[in-house]
Design a protein around this ligand. Structure first.
Ligand code: SF4
Length: 312
């Protein structure tokens, strides 16, 4: 099958840094307990690889990172690429924990922007996903940071201040941000807007938006928990008008659906291991709807083979 490999795809620099930093900790074989505060990245294989290496991941849908810290009594705490709020940082210090911080530079830049705007007495409308760790960290900076996902939420904010700044989570859809910001301007015409979509997210989305109209279906390889992966799928559907499916591995490909296509494309989220994407590409390239021997989509990868330094 004709398979267009959209580029860039896969790991971004923030994910590479986080995974490498934790891999280096494993190599040092410290006696201390190591706990990652939240999923290191939104990818189950990587989380389970680190668990097998004795590194605990503390994650909960109902508890914030500040609350989760109560469950760590000693050793090393790892902050993930999504970043943490100043309160979390301080609490970890107060508990005497050794901190390994893998917060992505792009997230730090966005947090510093919020801090500077607050110092100038702005109230912040932060376009982001509720309960996403990056939004949680931004919200944790100050009560004047308001996370919104929809325009309805903007309306119900009812902010009285004249000093309103709008910014966003780094992995949001460029196109959603544009639409929501335009709506915000109708309510608050004098907003100060700073687009903080990271470059890694931006160029992946633009590659998908500009893919050829001759492509019949776009496969996004990524974890269902990965916000940037699900946004890539939305960009394909809403901006390039090409149907798209989010798949976690080659095994998620629907063979009956695939038989309808002659030309497909593949991209992957910033937290998707390269080997998983490559296995998808190889399967699609070999696929021939009339040749049953090319229809077996059982993955040959194991967690151990997925996570090797060579794949980063
Ligand atoms: S997606 Fe962007 S902000 Fe998030 S870790 Fe990667 S480069 Fe950093």
């Amino acid at each position: 099958m004709e398979t267009v490999k959209l580029s860039p795809r896969g790991y971004c620099h923030g994910v590479v840094n986080a995974v490498n930093t934790i891999s280096n900790l494993i190599e040092k074989s410290t006696e201390k307990n190591i706990t990652i505060l939240g999923m290191v990245i939104h990818n189950k294989q990587i989380v389970s690889y680190f668990e097998n290496e004795g590194i605990k991941t503390l994650s909960s849908e109902s508890k914030s990172r500040l609350e989760l810290l109560d469950e760590i009594d000693d050793g090393i705490v790892v902050f993930t690429a999504h970043g943490v709020s100043p309160k979390v940082r301080q609490k970890a210090k107060d508990k005497g924990l050794e901190i390994i911080d893998t917060t992505c530079d792009d997230v730090l830049k966005s947090q510093n922007l919020i801090i500077k705007l607050l110092e100038k007495d702005y109230k912040i409308i932060y376009i982001g996903k509720h309960n996403h760790p990056e939004s949680e960290a931004a919200k944790g900076i100050d009560d004047k940071v308001h996370v919104v996902e929809t325009i309805e939420e903007v309306i119900s904010l009812n902010l009285k201040s004249r000093n309103i700044a709008v910014t966003n989570q780094t992995t949001m859809s460029l196109y959603d941000i544009y639409n929501i910001t335009e709506e915000i301007k109708k309510i608050y015409p004098d907003i100060y807007f700073v687009d903080e979509v990271c470059n890694a997210t931006r160029i992946r989305q633009e590659a998908i938006k500009n893919q050829s109209k001759t492509i019949e279906h776009c496969f996004i390889v990524g974890d269902k928990l990965s916000n940037n992966s699900s946004k890539l799928r939305e960009v394909s559907i809403n901006e390039s008008h090409i149907p798209s499916t989010l798949i976690e591995s080659v095994e998620d490909i629907d063979i009956e659906m695939l038989k309808q296509f002659k030309k497909v494309s593949v991209s992957s989220g910033a937290s998707t291991p390269t080997k998983i994407t490559n296995e998808v590409i190889q399967f699609l390239e070999k696929f021939d709807s009339t040749d049953l021997s090319t229809h077996n989509n059982e993955s040959q990868l194991t967690t151990q083979t997925i996570i090797t330094k060579k794949t980063l």
